[in-house]
Design a protein around this ligand. Structure first.
Ligand code: AMP
Ligand code: MG
Length: 399
């Protein structure tokens, strides 16, 4: 490998270091989906908090049902939500609903289906043992138990548990705020007429979506032409408050490389990363904000995001595992790859026909439709230039 190239791992580490780990904030539980819990969650109450009925039926003393059928007076009626009820006297029952507190003196619940459903007196047809249909206090969680560890990714069940324990807010690492900016004088917004030589701008919407999918907040800044003054005018007033500026285009070896020209000598370093697509890259800090500059070809931009930026955003949010899931698979067709660069080819993985992966489209970094129907990246290591059909590769899923 030529030593003028930066390794993929080094460049990813650089961006990860620039972003660092984001601060812990307290967010309403309802806004915490997909975020990482920053402290152990300790139960302030028991679950259930009190003995309660698992059925709609009658709270009884099991001993009163020694010979069934039996008719007993219904001394009280306890709906869910009742906060105080009289104790159950021997020889009587209380009608009780699911989730209602079991009255003192009762030791079981007979489900309504085993009775005539009476409201002043009730005929009970079947006996139950003590403890039947009763959910005991702390059955699920005892007070003081650590129910979730710091580092847990909060999904629906974890948020439900937090709410059940009475938490209105949770300590989480906040979402990174990313300003997304496309560059290129040839770019036109979707919906506008396209003149010869112009193309529709697609990286902005793609990268903003990728940031959101990674768990970040993205703001899409209108793309700017290849003009350094206009570039600075666009970002200057907008940067404050963001954690990352993510640009695309204007970083390769041509003339009019606006991002390179605007940032060279101003805290952003430009380099060639040993990967294909996505070689030309930049990273640094400008006006206190981390900067990652991706190349403009849409597939290069998106693959660079996946390989270099997404893991950094996930690390910043405190995810214990920043990588996508990967598996080993066999190629259905041969591949060639440049020496000294990790190639990330787009592919479709098929678990059914025995863990095989089919390359989609060629290596060209303008082949956006191939990326759009792919579900994984096929990694061809730096030192590998040819792979035969049947060769084993690592595939990294894109979702
Ligand atoms: P650049 O890296 O600026 O030299 O751009 C490389 C290629 O990607 C050129 O063909 C550009 O037209 C194209 N490109 C750059 N930025 C975008 C964008 N935001 N949307 C679509 N294509 C782009
Ligand atoms: Mg350009």
């Amino acid at each position: 490998m030529s030593n003028s190239l930066t390794s993929v791992a080094d460049h990813r580490e650089r961006i990860t270091g620039l972003l660092g780990v984001l601060p812990v904030v307290s967010l309403p539980v309802v806004d915490c989906l997909g975020l990482v819990l920053a402290q152990d969650l300790v139960a302030p109450i028991a679950l259930p908090p009190f003995d309660n009925s698992a059925m709609d039926g009658y709270a009884v003393r099991a001993a009163d049902l020694a010979s069934v059928p039996v008719v007993l007076p219904v001394a009280d009626d306890i709906p869910a939500g009742r906060t105080a009820s009289a104790p159950l006297e021997p020889g009587a029952v209380h009608r009780i609903m699911t989730g209602a507190p079991l009255p003192a003196g009762a030791d079981a619940v007979v489900q309504v289906e085993w009775t005539d459903g009476g409201t002043s007196s009730v005929r009970i047809d079947r006996a139950v043992p003590a403890g039947a249909n009763v959910r005991r206090a702390a059955d699920d969680v005892a007070v003081g138990t650590t129910v979730l560890r710091a580092g847990t990714v909060l999904g629906p069940a974890q948020l439900g548990l937090a709410a059940a324990l009475g938490f209105g807010a949770l300590p989480v690492r906040r979402r990174p705020r990313v300003l997304v900016l496309s560059t290129g004088s040839e770019l036109v917004g979707p919906g506008e007429p396209l003149e010869p030589g112009q193309i529709y701008e697609s990286n902005g919407v793609m990268l903003a979506a990728a940031v959101r999918e990674a768990g970040g907040e993205a703001e899409l800044l209108r793309f700017v032409p290849d003009d350094v003054a206009e570039f600075h005018a666009a970002i200057g007033p907008r940067l404050a408050g963001f954690d990352l500026l993510l640009t695309s285009g204007g970083v390769s070896a041509g003339a009019y490389e606006v991002v390179k020209d605007a940032f060279t000598g101003r805290g952003v370093e430009f380099t060639k990363v040993a990967m294909q697509p996505g070689g030309p890259q930049g990273a640094g800090r400008y006006q206190g904000v981390a900067v990652a500059t991706l190349p403009g070809n849409p597939v290069s931009a998106q693959v660079s995001f996946e390989v270099l930026v997404r893991p950094a955003l996930r690390a910043a949010m405190g995810f214990p595992d920043v990588e996508r899931r990967s598996v080993r698979a066999r190629l259905t067709s041969p591949l060639t790859s440049p020496a000294g660069r990790t190639q990330f080819r787009r592919g479709k993985y098929d678990p059914e026909s025995g863990r095989v992966v089919t390359p989609v489209g060629g290596p060209g970094s303008h082949l956006l439709s191939a990326l759009a129907i792919s579900d994984c990246l096929i990694e061809v290591p730096e030192d590998v230039t040819e792979l035969a059909a049947g060769a084993e590769v690592v595939v990294r899923f894109l979702h």
